[in-house]
Design a protein around this ligand. Structure first.
Ligand code: ZN
Length: 159
């Protein structure tokens, strides 16, 4: 007998946090976000989880995708649309994540510690299946997807 794989719940970073950063609120290093014009095609917004169009203004800031500081709470650079955008809330990954190749995936416990044997480097086309298999584990509370540069992309939970 096999347990059905869980559905996915993908959310952008909380809207209240995105709004505070757009108003110049401090990033994870206590600094105001930088405002720059997006160049090229590799500018994903972590609120709407869509790519920022070249020429649009973006925020560059340090983000810690955990509620509080602790040894496993990695902090790194992310982008946000400088203008308002809708928070991503869906049960499927954004289609462009298929191009996140390779992507880094790791599961975290309910205590926000990395579950070591869950670390994977996978093609973007395998992200959804990898997230489902990791979330089928009892010891994994949620999964983080990161780019090959180790930049946080999205948190994935059970739907
Ligand atoms: Zn956005």
């Amino acid at each position: 007998m096999t347990t059905p794989l869980p559905r996915l719940a993908i959310r952008g970073i909380p809207t209240a946090h995105a709004q505070a950063l757009r108003q110049g609120g401090p990033d994870a290093h206590g600094q105001p976000p930088l405002r720059v014009v997006a160049q090229g095609l590799g500018n994903p917004c972590r609120h709407c989880l869509q790519l920022i169009r070249e020429g649009d203004e973006k925020l560059v800031l340090a983000y810690r995708p955990f509620d509080h500081a602790q040894p496993y709470a990695e902090t790194g650079p992310v982008f946000l649309h400088a203008a308002d955008c809708p928070r991503y809330e869906a049960d499927a990954l954004p289609a462009w994540f298929a191009h996140l190749t390779p992507a880094l995936v790791r599961g975290y416990s309910a205590e926000d510690w990395i579950v070591y044997e869950t670390g994977r480097v996978v093609p973007g086309t395998e992200l959804a299946d990898t997230c489902r298999s990791l979330l089928a584990r009892d010891d994994v509370a949620y999964v983080h997807i990161r780019s090959k540069f180790n930049c946080f992309q999205a948190r994935v939970e059970r739907g």
